[in-house]
Design a protein around this ligand. Structure first.
Ligand code: HMG
Length: 440
């Protein structure tokens, strides 16, 4: 069977940087450790006044097409995943295609366009749609572009404010991919939840503490569902485990529970039992709360073991490097985690060809999806082409006052929107001028 997967990827960060320790924490009267150690975040990316989900997505897709030497005729579908859309009818993909048509001779009239919504998991769902389109043989040899683009902003004063971020990831999906092949096996955990929602409102209503528990519960279900088709996962099976990263501290919690799960009945459990005792089993408890307390006590001990620390440092930590600098990008977040892990491996001189990734996507509302990916021989060239470091280094560091101002601009405040014209806009990229989007 021909391999289908991610052929190439591009990342586009918002051009402003809010430093959480230096700028945000002092203004909030908080200890910087809450953000840097507790949440695991150093800074957030913000869009400048001339950037929005369309310009970030179009700039990412444009660089992807240029780098891969693609013309519009090579693309059979453009799907956008976002939870920051400003139009309830016309999909953001049409706006992005419109931008791209300003710089190519051809157009995208032949391409199927759509918009996917299921909070942060929609980026992966769009990749699934493209995968199914290709597997069904409807693609006529063409590729799909998936753009995951969001401005993940919270109301000022909301506990989620420290986890904000903004950026876009553009992914090229096709046959014989250069980066990763996607597994046909998937696992899902899905339930009607109301801990994070945006019913006709600009900022989400969030029950932050509960959202953490819902993330863990749905991920556990998705892992179990995935194992029912893939077989039981063991700790050495996957070289990297990129998960949805609203903030790295969330993934730290998921990793601990995940490791507890995958060491069951393997020789590692024997080693751990000798060191910290046997893990609790549900059968041994009459009461659900007592079982949960026992798990929490066990995972507290687990994180102090060398066995766990070595696994975490190899498999999880490399996936969090970019996220620490950019915050939550909602639909793009898990795709940033994949890039981060592969980039760390490239820089460490590791050859990952043929190695497997276990990818955990999650969206509030709520749904988790687990699938596997196999790294392809072209991965090093693809990752080496990224200019993420340059983009991150060239961000403009904003003061707290500038942060409040730009937050208002992106809150569609009509008085402050006019200020967009005060900003100097760059050449050779798509920018939002308050009335329309200008091409190169
Ligand atoms: P909070 O309640 O203000 O923070 O916000 P906290 O008091 O729980 O502190 C956070 C951590 O920092 C804790 O660690 C503290 O102990 C630690 P933990 O106990 O959790 O391991 N801490 C410190 N550490 C070192 N030095 C210090 C210090 N002080 C405290 N001085 C909350 C946390 C998650 C509630 C907030 O950030 C929030 O509401 N975030 C938004 C919701 C969210 O991201 N949820 C994640 C799961 S849902 C999801 O991922 C979906 C999402 O992406 C949306 C979508 O799908 O569309 C959000």
């Amino acid at each position: 069977m021909t391999a289908v997967g991610i052929d190439a990827v591009e990342i586009r960060t918002g051009k402003l940087e809010l430093d959480l320790a230096e700028t945000f924490a002092p203004a909030k009267g908080e200890d910087p450790g809450k953000y840097t150690k507790g949440l695991g975040l150093h800074s957030s990316s913000f869009p400048d006044a001339y950037e929005d989900i369309v310009t970030m997505g179009a700039n990412a897709a444009h660089r992807l097409m240029e780098r891969k030497g693609l013309e519009p005729d090579d693309i059979g579908r453009i799907d956008v995943a976002t939870e920051s859309a400003f139009d309830n009818s016309k999909p953001v993909s049409t706006y992005i295609a419109g931008c791209l048509e300003q710089v190519y001779d051809g157009d995208f009239h032949h391409a199927n366009k759509g918009e996917r919504k299921f909070a942060c998991v929609a980026g992966t769902q769009s990749i699934d749609d493209a995968y199914n389109w290709i597997r069904a043989g409807r693609h006529r040899g063409r590729k799909a572009i998936v753009v995951a683009t969001d401005t993940a902003l919270y109301a000022r004063g909301d506990p989620g404010e420290a986890t904000q971020g903004a950026g876009a990831v553009a992914l090229l999906i096709g046959e014989d991919p250069n980066l990763v092949e996607l597994s046909p096996e998937q696992g899902f955990g899905s339930a009607d939840e109301t801990d994070f929602l945006k019913p006709n409102q600009q900022f989400p209503s969030v029950d932050g503490k509960r959202s953490v528990q819902v993330y863990l519960a749905r991920m556990r279900e998705a892992v179990e569902d995935f194992e029912s088709v893939w077989g039981e996962i063991e700790p050495g099976d996957f070289t990297l485990v990129p998960f949805h990263t609203p903030f790295p501290g969330m993934v730290r919690k998921a990793a601990l529970l995940g490791f507890r799960h995958i060491t069951r009945d393997t020789h590692i459990e024997e080693e751990l039992a000798a060191e910290i005792g046997r893990q609790p089993r549900a059968e041994a408890f009459d009461d659900e709360a007592a079982f949960r307390d026992a798990i929490s006590e066990y995972t507290d001990k687990l994180k102090e073991t060398e066995t766990y620390a070595a696994w975490y440092d190899d498999v999880i930590d490399p996936t969090l490097t970019i996220s620490r600098e950019v915050g939550n990008w909602y639909t793009g977040s898990v795709h940033v985690a994949r890039v981060s892990g592969l980039k760390q491996a490239l820089e460490a001189g590791e050859d990952l060809t043929g190695e497997r990734l276990l990818v955990g996507s999650y969206g509030s509302g709520a749904q988790a999806e687990i699938h596997a990916e196999t790294v392809q021989p072209g991965w090093e060239d693809e990752i080496a082409e990224l200019n993420v470091d340059e983009q991150l280094e060239s961000r403009y560091a904003i003061s707290f006052e500038e942060y409040e101002h730009i937050h208002d601009v992106h809150n569609h405040d009509t008085d402050t929107q006019a200020d967009a014209e005060e900003f100097t806009t760059p050449d050779a990229e798509f920018v939002f001028d308050g009335w329309g989007r200008m091409g190169e």
